[in-house]
Design a protein around this ligand. Structure first.
Ligand code: SF4
Length: 364
């Protein structure tokens, strides 16, 4: 069982982001924290076991004040027992914390920080509407180290509007020079209901499949040369710094999601919390939960999800998960060197990893 808490607040909204988030506006952040703690107490008590990981995502959890962070983690510890967990992670944005606050993260029990840096190019950060500059981003890594954070991830994005290969290489070089324990390199996707999606639809922003692939390969080459293991399509880690929470998720482990818009999957049932913070708080305080809809997953739906996620990982997918058609298609992919056999598993080659979504659609 994995645990997730969604903190929906951001200082400002980035034009490419499709997560549920907003500026605090008139909503009480303290009221949100109390609602999450109430939800945690109730929902954890209904689980067959306590979560073995906690991931605080969003949104920007690091913008919570030190006192609210402490209150949140003390309360989560009471319901989930953070000390006995395999991993406690939190997302943070540069320019939302200093060294003193980084020490608060540690005092709260956080042992892994995932930093939303995205780029070390001033030009690209402006395009992305980020509030930090390259130096603040680099300094955020250094100050987490100075504070003693045991594991640090940097999130980067490529295939950005007008990004050149030289821009991408420079960002990767700076990231490597900061010696994070883990790097995530995501291809920008134009998600519906974002300002970027509208610009893409209007033809003001474009993407080139060739450049996408070339940037994916460049990240693979540079990061593996620097000692990072490519263990999932978008993720690279130094030994023993793979994300335990994400590995559990990719392997199809059950998870409890708390907070507005959070999704849970427990015993084949998927539930979603309302994606509206004010109503989330109202529902928790009024009826004790904020679940908006529940879906019972069929075995077939779970099989397809396992394949789509397993193909992204170095472990791959069990041959037994594929039906006859999927096996036949996989055979062709192996002949074309997009996939390979590893014992009883199929894994994607480097060439296949660059096209993982298309391959998943092909075999399921
Ligand atoms: S800071 Fe992160 S969560 Fe907030 S809008 Fe930007 S990308 Fe989305």
């Amino acid at each position: 069982m994995l645990g997730y808490v969604h903190v929906p607040f951001c200082h400002r909204v980035c034009p490419y982001c499709s997560f549920y988030k907003h500026t605090p506006g008139g909503i009480s952040v303290g009221g949100f924290v109390e609602a999450v703690l109430r939800e945690s107490t109730r929902r954890v008590s209904e689980l067959p076991e306590k979560p073995r990981t906690l991931f605080l995502g969003g949104g920007t959890p690091s913008m919570l004040s030190p006192s609210l962070l402490k209150k949140l983690f003390v309360g989560l510890d009471q319901s989930m027992s953070l000390d006995s967990m395999d991993e406690v992670s939190m997302e943070a944005n540069p320019a939302t914390f200093d060294e003193a606050k980084a020490k608060v993260f540690l005092a709260c029990g956080v042992r892994r920080i995932s930093l939303g840096i995205q780029s070390f190019s001033e030009k690209m950060l402006t395009v992305l509407g980020r509030e930090h500059d390259p130096e603040q981003a680099a300094e955020s890594v250094r100050l987490l180290r100075r504070a003693g954070m045991p594991s640090i991830n940097i999130d980067l994005m490529f295939s950005l509007p007008n990004q050149t290969m030289d821009d991408w290489r420079e960002t990767l070089q700076i990231a490597i020079s900061l010696e994070p324990d883990h790097l995530s390199a995501y291809n920008l996707t134009y998600e519906e209901d974002t300002a970027f999606f509208d610009s893409f639809q209007d033809g003001k922003m474009r993407q080139s499949e060739e450049l996408n692939e070339a940037m994916f390969y460049e990240a693979h080459e540079m990061l593996e040369r620097a000692g990072y293991r490519h263990y999932e399509t978008s993720n690279y880690a130094r030994p023993s710094h793979e994300s335990i929470h994400n590995q559990g998720y990719w392997a199809g482990e059950d998870y409890l999601g708390l907070g507005p818009s959070a999704v849970s999957t427990v015993h084949g049932e998927r539930s979603r919390n309302i994606a509206d913070t004010a109503n989330y708080i109202r529902m928790i305080n009024g009826i004790g939960h904020a679940i908006e809809d529940v879906e019972v997953l069929s075995d077939e739906a779970r099989r397809l999800e396992k394949i789509a996620m397993g193909l992204r990982t170095q472990e791959g997918i069990a041959r037994a998960w594929l039906d006859d058609k999927g096996m036949a298609r996989m055979q062709v992919l192996i002949e074309e060197e997009f996939a390979a056999i590893k014992g009883e598993y199929y894994i994607l080659t480097k060439k296949g990893s660059a096209l993982v979504d298309a391959i998943a659609a092909e075999v399921i």
